[in-house]
Design a protein around this ligand. Structure first.
Ligand code: SF4
Length: 339
């Protein structure tokens, strides 16, 4: 395995731990990871190449209001590019090449998270105060949510990043925060190896029917393996979230998703699931045009349409059908950025 390490982080504890763990690697030290990452390099040339670097800008990006559980939330970025290869994924055109980048200045990221939380608590207490004075009918948000695995799959990448061991204990001390780790992998051992059951971290498994996984989601864990990981974590009292996304309007999608929902019902104790979330394919106009340019024969893309809010999604009648089905599985199932 070839590993590029920025000089800036060569003594970072995560990097030293990695070098100690994976002895059989070739290391090249570089001044700035962007000298590699911003170059168009063919995939065959970078197989198994990864980069350790310092994140020099914000790790948090505000999510659109009402994106999920809470009104306010952030995407947390600690790595770039994903080991998996889903045909519909926006990462296909987001970067110049497929290098996996691991940002390891965790202390800076934690500081930024704490600052965002302090700002939120301040704003929240002012809202409560105003609400008491004016008796306004305000919906007070409960926790500030941080969606990790933005631009990557944090649970799979934990082999190299140590993310679980670093960030799950950190969030345990932040009572007003909740972190979500999204995954299509089954790498749950680092969670099972923790010395506690996290109260402020939720593990969110993205699920789709097996035949669509095989067709569109290269190298991800199978549906059965993910269900097994869900059940193992539920047995240990972890908070588990099921994300049904992206729902794909393939030929015969109604039958395929009926069977899928029944399969999930039979194999997962839904009463133990913290929450569920459904989303269709959802792109900005620019991303949509980019994926069409890169993959003009991707038939599903031609079933999407631009909506008034500027996002490109499946047609309303298809979305409604999906929405009704998943509401039957879980009547509190949330939908992503849709009326
Ligand atoms: S698992 Fe997620 S981040 Fe990775 S390629 Fe698939 S959609 Fe993209």
């Amino acid at each position: 395995m070839l590993v590029y390490i920025e000089n800036e982080v060569k003594n970072n504890p995560q990097v030293l731990r990695f070098i100690d763990k994976f002895k059989n690697i070739d290391v090249i030290y570089v001044d700035n990871y962007k000298n590699l990452f911003d170059k168009k390099i063919p995939n065959w040339n970078i197989e198994k190449s990864i980069i350790f670097a310092e994140l020099k800008w914000n790790c948090l990006t505000q999510a659109p209001e009402d994106y999920g559980h809470e009104k306010f939330s952030y995407f947390l970025k600690n790595s770039l590019n994903c080991i998996f290869d889903c045909r519909y994924c926006f990462l296909k055109w987001a970067f110049q090449n497929d290098f996996q980048v691991y940002f390891v200045n965790y202390d800076d990221m934690k500081k930024e998270i704490v600052e965002a939380l302090e700002k939120y608590i301040l704003c929240y207490s002012e809202l409560v105060l105003e609400w008491k004075i004016w008796n306004w009918k305000l919906q007070i948000p409960k926790k500030l949510r941080f969606y990790s695995s933005d631009y990557s799959d944090n649970l799979w990448m934990n082999w190299f990043s140590n993310f679980v061991q670093e960030f799950v204990p950190f969030f345990e001390n932040l009572d007003e925060a909740m972190m979500e780790i999204r995954t299509k992998s089954t790498n749950i051992q680092p969670l099972l190896d923790l010395w506690f059951i996290p109260k402020n971290t939720e593990i969110a498994f993205s699920l789709n029917p097996q035949e669509l996984i095989e067709k569109y989601e290269k190298w991800v864990a199978s549906l059965d393996d993910r269900i097994q990981a869900v059940n193992t974590l539920l047995d240990k009292w972890f908070k588990v979230w099921l994300r049904f996304l992206p729902l794909l309007p393939v030929e015969n999608y109604q039958q395929i998703y009926w069977d899928f929902i029944n399969y999930v019902k039979q194999n997962v104790d839904m009463s133990k699931i913290s929450s569920t979330f459904a989303s269709w394919l959802l792109y900005t106009k620019a991303d949509y045009l980019n994926i069409l340019k890169k993959d003009p024969y991707f038939d599903i893309m031609y079933l999407l349409e631009e909506n008034e809010d500027g996002f490109v999604r499946e047609k309303k009648e298809i979305r409604d059908w999906f929405y009704n089905q998943f509401r039957q599985l879980d009547k509190k199932c949330m939908v992503c950025l849709d009326s």
